[in-house]
Design a protein around this ligand. Sequence first.
Ligand code: GDP
Ligand code: MG
Length: 375
Amino acid sequence: MALNWFKKKKDKQEDATRTEQKPDNVPEALNAEDDPRDEVLEQNNGNASENIENKMTAPPGTAEQNPNPDAPEKSGGFYKRLKSGLSKTRKLLSTDINDLFAGNRKIDDELLEELEELLITSDIGVQTTQDLIESISKKSSKISGPEELKAMLKEKILELLSPELPTAREITDKPHVIMVIGVNGVGKTTTIGKLASRAASSGKKVILVAADTFRAAAIEQLDIWSQKAGVDIIKHKENSDPAAVSYDGIEAAVARDADMVLVDTAGRIHTKVNLMEELKKIKRTISKKLPGAPHEVLLILDATTGQNALSQVKQFNDAIDVTGIALTKLDGTAKGGIVVSICSTLEIPLKYIGVGEKIEDLQEFDPIEFVDALL
Ligand code: GDP
Ligand code: MG
C-alpha cells in the first residue's frame, strides 16, 4: 500500500527568493453592482450556501490554539476533535452497520444491498461503493458480524485514501505564497485564519492579503482574523482591484521578509467566467511580482455539498491549476465519504480537513487517523 505521499513531513525551512517586477496593466476596479449572486455559487453550492451568505465568522479564542501545530497531539485532543467532527458520518457508517446485523442476521445479498445504500448515502461515490461491495462480497464467508465487516471496510477504504501521488515538493520558498480559492461560503477566509494562526504560533511571519474585495465585510472578516492571529494584513478598499492588492501583498511580504503569504479571493462574481478570469489575473500578477509564486493554489471545498464538490474541482482546475485541496465542514455532514471520493478519483492531494470552527479543527489530512475516526 502506498502511504508515502501523506507521510511526507512538510518542510517548513524556507530560503529567501525575491524578485522585484512591476505588474503589467492593473485591472480596473470591479463594479459594486457586479457583486450579486454569481452563477458558480447558484449552480454548485447547493444547500450548503443557504445559511452562510454574508455571515461573519467570529474567530475562535486563542486559548484553544495548539501551541505547536507542527507536532499536534495525535492521540489526544487532536484525534478526539477529529472523531467528534466526523461523528455524523461515523454514526451513519458505524452505527448503521451494527444495525445491519441486528437479529443475528448473516451477510447475504440483501444485507450487502443495504450496505451499498449506506455507503452511497455517505457520499463515497457510486463506482467506489460498487468496488467496495464487490470485494467484500468475495470475502463474505469471513464476515460473521459487524466488527469484521468494519475491519474489512477500513482496510479497503485506507487503500483508496492512499493513492500514489507525486511527492510534494519541499517548501523552500520565502515567502511561501498560498492562493486560496473556491466558491462563496465554502470556508476560504476561515481556513486562511486557521492556517495563519497555526503558522504564527509556530513562529512564522505571515501576511494576509484581502483580495476578496467584493464586500467590505469580507475584508473586515479577514482583518479580524489577522488581529486574532497577530499577523499583518494588506488590504485595499471595497471594490478595489484584487490583482492590485495581491501585488501589494507580495511586495510587502518581500519587504518585510515574511515566511508565508495567504491570499484570500472572492468566490462569487456575476458570471463564472469572470470569476475564473479574475483568479487567473491574480495568479499572473503574483507570478510577475514573485516568479514561482503562488507556490500553492489551495482549493477549498465544503463537504456538505457532497459529490457537487467534485465538479467544483474540475471547474477550478481547468481554469487555474489547483495544487491542493482543503475540505471543510466535515463536522456538519454525514457525507464524510466524500473524502474517499476525492482521494480515489482526483490527482490533487487532499491536504487539510476542517472538522469544526476552532483553529485546531483544521487538521492535516492523515488517512490512517481519518479511517480510524470514521469506523
Ligand atoms: P468563504 O466565503 O469561502 O470565505 O467562507 P467563510 O470562511 O466565510 O466561511 C463560511 C462559514 O463556514 C463560516 O460561518 C465558517 O465559520 C464556516 N466554516 C468554515 N469551515 C468550517 C468547518 O470546518 N466546520 C464548520 N462547522 N464550519 C466551518
Ligand atoms: Mg471569504
